[in-house]
Write a protein that binds this ligand. Structure first.
Ligand code: HEM
Length: 265
């Protein structure tokens, strides 16, 4: 595949990702932003007064994180406006932390069933863990590792999009071919699938787009490739701070990472 074909592919994929993320974020957050309780889309526990509140406090920052995410992966934006990247990253982090804490309450009060609750608890733990790793690595200046952890983290944020796609497909399937299925069956299967499939896709991307090109370079030259600024995190875990904008975050500007590893430019 030529470089320009690959670039076109990336843009197409990124556009699909961004459009669906922005669409679902706006659609999901709107009823909670205007506090329209009537338009709440999931069943509430009438005995828990703060159930609606926990979902609203979860939905609004989570939607903002979903909205910000795709733009953080665009190399050109990151290079031209490193300060914007840093501030948006901080806002994203705060949103994920708030969204996760509220998700713990929402999952605890959920009347959707034990299996869905377990899926959401696992999702919350993974969401926080990958965020903590992404933060830890960028504080150490390990840009490539930061990118790996952010891909993992955003794949979990994006579970909110795939969950809704699976729900739509599941309901259509139930109405046309599988009338014995209940909505709960579809919801449980969708919640688990959105978690598992997104994790698998993220890992596939990381291995094939980030790690394989590095391994190939090592095989061709017979030696471990000299770390470029962008590789540092993966290869040697070098130190240095990205916080002042002069450290390895600027390594992204040099952008000599493995082919295809940089995302849309
Ligand atoms: C990735 C980690 C996430 C976890 C663990 C999580 C967890 C939850 C839980 C437990 C509920 C209540 C479900 C029920 O009672 O059946 C819920 C609902 C909801 N979540 Fe999330 N969520 C996550 C990400 C997101 C994101 C990124 C968005 C942004 C769109 C979002 C938007 C919503 C909305 C809007 C609801 C209310 C249901 C609806 O109106 O469709 N969540 N979430």
């Amino acid at each position: 595949m030529t470089k320009s074909t690959r670039r076109r592919w990336w843009w197409t994929l990124w556009t699909l990702l961004a459009v669906s993320a922005v669409g679902i974020a706006l659609f999901s957050a709107e009823p909670y932003v205007v506090a329209d309780v009537e338009r709440n889309r999931i069943p509430l526990d009438p005995e828990v007064a703060s159930h609606y509140l926990s979902i609203a406090v979860h939905a609004i920052p989570s939607s903002l994180a979903l909205l910000i995410g795709p733009f953080q992966f665009v190399t050109r934006l990151r290079v031209r406006y490193p300060k914007v990247h840093r501030i948006a990253g901080q806002v994203y982090m705060v949103c994920v932390v708030l969204g996760s804490i509220a998700a713990l309450f929402a999952a605890t009060f959920s009347v959707s069933g034990f299996s869905v609750q377990v899926a959401f608890f696992i999702l919350t733990a993974a969401w926080l863990y990958t965020l903590a790793q992404a933060y830890r690595t960028i504080r150490r200046g390990e840009v490539q590792l930061h990118r790996v952890w952010m891909i993992r983290n955003y794949s979990l944020t994006f579970a909110s999009v795939t969950l809704r796609i699976y729900l739509g497909l599941g309901v259509a399937l139930q109405e046309s071919y599988l009338p014995d299925l209940t909505f709960d069956d579809v919801y449980h299967a969708s919640a688990w699938s959105s978690l598992v499939v997104n994790v698998l896709v993220a890992e596939y991307f990381i291995v094939h787009r980030l790690l394989k090109p590095l391994a190939r370079r090592k095989r061709i030259t017979g030696v471990t490739p000299a770390p470029t600024p962008t590789d540092r995190g993966v290869l040697v875990g070098a130190g240095g701070s990205a916080e002042d904008g002069s450290g390895t975050e600027d390594g992204v500007t040099v952008s000599s990472g493995p082919p295809g590893a940089r995302g849309p430019e």
